[in-house]
Ligand binder design. Structure first.
Ligand code: ASP
Length: 325
């Protein structure tokens, strides 16, 4: 008997075709049409399809992502299901994958996959990516690795991977540590292990979390806007090792005084933030003000983590622990 994989289809380029009237890609294919393009997959696994949605990933909201998590939870508990695959637009794929990684505790493989070329283009990569994702979902080696992202025959950890290129098929990279492994035909080979993520035990997500990217001369008005608009959390993509222009410091103080957690990560592509610099707006100064350090996460993932943390607790010290411990 073949192992069973539940494939949850959400949309994205993997389900798109060029519309003849507008000459641009739009969602068009349903699950059966996509699966039909994955030749011989019936020899590898039994597939159960769920048509969750057929939308481009810039249209997904965090509420959609929470419902995807519910659908994964429901299905992963079923005894006859070996693993789960989620098809997704690549633009926000890393956000959904990381959200699932933070929410779902299961030893069974959960794999997120997309495509960079739609089905009207030469060299549609949806079928090969989906077959590699299904092979990963049934591989015993893929157990207990958290949520995985499989594209272009590489297996990456949701906590590490990011979209690095607007058009390349090998766009998904883990810039800090490299891929966990590869899919070679139908065999999944891991080169390294990964420590399990700490799970955030919540069914709620706080929507009002801002993400601010710093740049030379960026000003206080940005933070004032979010504080005055009732935002409940702020992520700052700081400069370098974790420093901000001094004119942002009063806004950071005001946010923290208003019980709004401020999480700092770096706008640098790789590396952690740390309290290295003691000048005004430097990491040490920010630490003393109560800023939470977000490690080496990119801003978009730190934001997902803060949104879930705020769903779990409003206590800034507990949120600090989630990020810093
Ligand atoms: N814009 C598309 C989306 O994220 C890109 C893709 O799927 O590759 O839905």
């Amino acid at each position: 008997m073949k192992k069973k994989v539940v494939v949850i289809f959400t949309g994205g380029t993997i389900s798109m075709k060029i519309d003849p009237e507008i000459h641009a890609a739009i969602p068009a294919l349903n699950s059966d049409e996509i699966i039909a393009m994955v030749s011989n997959i019936e020899n590898v696994a039994e597939i159960e399809s769920i048509n969750f949605a057929n939308i481009p990933s810039p249209h997904l909201t965090t509420q959609h992502m929470m419902s995807i998590a519910d659908t994964v939870r429901e299905n992963i508990l079923k005894e006859d299901v070996t693993g789960i695959v989620i098809t997704h637009g690549t633009d926000t794929l890393e956000e959904t994958a990381y959200l699932l990684d933070l929410l779902i505790q299961s030893e069974k493989p959960i794999v997120v996959v997309g495509a960079m070329r739609n089905s009207s283009e030469l060299g549609y990569d949806g079928s090969s990516n989906l077959s590699a994702a299904i092979c990963t979902a049934i591989s015993p080696k893929a157990k207990n690795k958290g949520v995985l992202v499989v594209m272009n025959n590489e297996v990456n950890a949701a906590s590490e991977v990011t979209k690095t290129n607007t058009l390349s098929l090998d766009t998904f990279k883990s810039p800090e540590f490299g891929p966990l492994g590869i899919v070679d035909n139908d065999e999944v080979i891991f080169y390294r292990d990964i420590a399990a993520n700490r799970i955030i035990d919540t069914n709620t997500i706080e929507e009002k979390v801002a993400l601010i990217k710093t740049a030379t001369g960026i000003g206080l008005d940005v933070l004032d806007f979010y504080i005055d608009s009732g935002y409940k959390g702020i992520v700052i993509e700081a400069l370098g090792r974790g420093n901000i222009p001094p004119q942002l410091v009063p806004g950071v103080k005001r946010a923290i005084m208003n019980n709004i957690p401020v999480v700092m990560v770096s706008r640098c592509y790789t590396g952690r933030v740390l309290y290295t610099y003691g000048y005004e707006g430097g990491g040490k100064h920010l630490k003393d003000l109560g800023v939470i350090f977000g490690g080496n996460l990119p801003g978009q993932k730190a934001r997902i983590k803060l949104m879930l943390s705020l769903g779990y607790t409003k206590d800034i010290e507990k949120i600090r622990k989630i990020f810093e411990d």
